[in-house]
Unconditional design. Structure first.
Length: 376
């Protein structure tokens, strides 16, 4: 049975918006066509507002969903990490229940695919049973280069528990991953997602080993006397440890400069830049340099981060936040970030990210009052 979906505006994303069009799907929700309203007479379902393809959330931590509202806002990243560490452990059952709820909530709000960070296996069963496509980034942490081989091995063990889930190993952040571990990942993985320049303190730590990250390591009781600062920013330092042929997602980028964006454009052809504006406001009370990114023609994607640093896992809400702070950027442009760009980063653009013939991208209605819901 074909489904005919009429809406005030249809956003195919890879072509111009269609006013008063009808989206035709087959019984498997595969896109057949978009036609004008007067070409279709019967069985049309009308949806108020707009219709677009399902959203791609390129950065989430589903396993932290039980921490909603548990970490204070506006502390900066170092105290955020310290606070998180104190409360992270919960009964397995509670963690699972919160992850199930968060997964269902993302589905209902039109998110069809997620790049999701895992430090443990607690969220694996939820992701395996979900209607959402997950790429699981098994995140490695280790600042002492001596431990790099053992950390990779631990990551592979976790990966073996992931069953049918799509997984890869990745790096947590420049301040928590040694050069040796970065290089080991670069030689083994074709897709990397890394938290980048989420705070100014991260750059200070690389420029002259000053700032708040020393307090982080002191609190954890870790001796970092082996570490010598490079005299450059974090990104200028670890770019040398990356594989230029691999896909990279730089997440947050709150304190990335325009020359650094240009540097990546030149040296890492397959780079994407993930914005998590609501998490940035939650943790650092600042926003990334979106105008610089657009000037440098960065491929931008959107992420929600976790419920530890956001009030909701809702891509439309991230779009609204960007619109509120950057009113000069068109909705159509931001919608590309929320759909096709993320699909291309995750390598799933054959199915997701646009309303093109033959795709099964999930169909989302954007209601006039600013809410999204999955309709097919
Ligand atoms: Zn994150």
């Amino acid at each position: 049975m074909m489904q005919k979906i009429a809406a005030d505006t249809i956003y195919p994303v890879t072509s111009a918006p269609v006013q008063n069009g009808v989206l035709i799907l087959d019984d498997q929700h595969q896109v057949l066509d978009i036609v004008s309203r007067d070409e279709v007479s019967d069985d049309v379902q009308y949806f108020e507002g707009a219709v677009c393809p399902g959203f791609i959330n390129t950065h989430c931590h589903l396993e932290l969903s039980h921490l909603k509202g548990a970490v204070p806002e506006g502390t900066g990243i170092v105290d955020f990490v310290l606070n998180l560490q104190k409360i992270r452990r919960f009964p397995e059952e509670e963690m699972l229940e919160a992850a199930v709820k968060a997964d269902r909530d993302m589905y209902d709000k039109g998110i069809v695919a997620v790049g999701d960070i895992s430090n443990g296996s607690s969220s694996f069963p939820v992701k395996e049973r979900s209607g959402i496509y997950y790429h699981t980034f098994i995140e490695l942490i280790g600042f002492n280069p001596a431990f790099a081989p053992a950390i990779i091995e631990k990551g592979r063990e976790l990966q073996a528990l992931a069953g049918t889930l799509k997984t890869s190993l990745t790096a947590h952040a420049p301040y928590s991953v040694s050069e040796a571990l970065f290089r080991a990942l670069a030689s083994e993985e074709e897709i990397i997602s890394v938290h980048n320049q989420e705070s100014l303190a991260e750059n200070y730590f690389f420029l002259d080993k000053s700032g708040n990250f020393n307090r982080l390591y002191e609190t954890f009781g870790l001796d970092i006397s082996f570490y010598h600062p490079s005299g450059k920013t974090s990104l200028q330092t670890y770019i040398d440890y990356l594989n230029p042929a691999a896909k990279h997602l730089f997440v947050h980028n709150t304190f990335t400069s325009e020359p650094e964006l240009a540097m990546i454009r030149e040296r890492i052809p397959q780079a994407w830049w993930c914005l998590c504006p609501q998490a940035n406001l939650y943790i650092e009370r600042s926003l990334p340099p979106v105008a610089d990114m657009m000037r440098q023609q960065c491929q931008i994607t959107l992420g929600t981060d976790s419920l530890a640093s956001n009030h909701t896992l809702d891509i439309l809400s991230e779009i609204r936040t960007i619109q509120a702070h950057f009113p000069e950027i068109s909705f159509e442009e931001i919608l590309r970030w929320a759909t096709i760009n993320g699909a291309r980063f995750l390598g799933i653009e054959h199915q997701f990210g646009s309303l093109e013939k033959g795709k099964k991208p999930g169909i989302v209605q954007i209601l006039p009052e600013g809410k999204a819901r999955r309709i097919a």
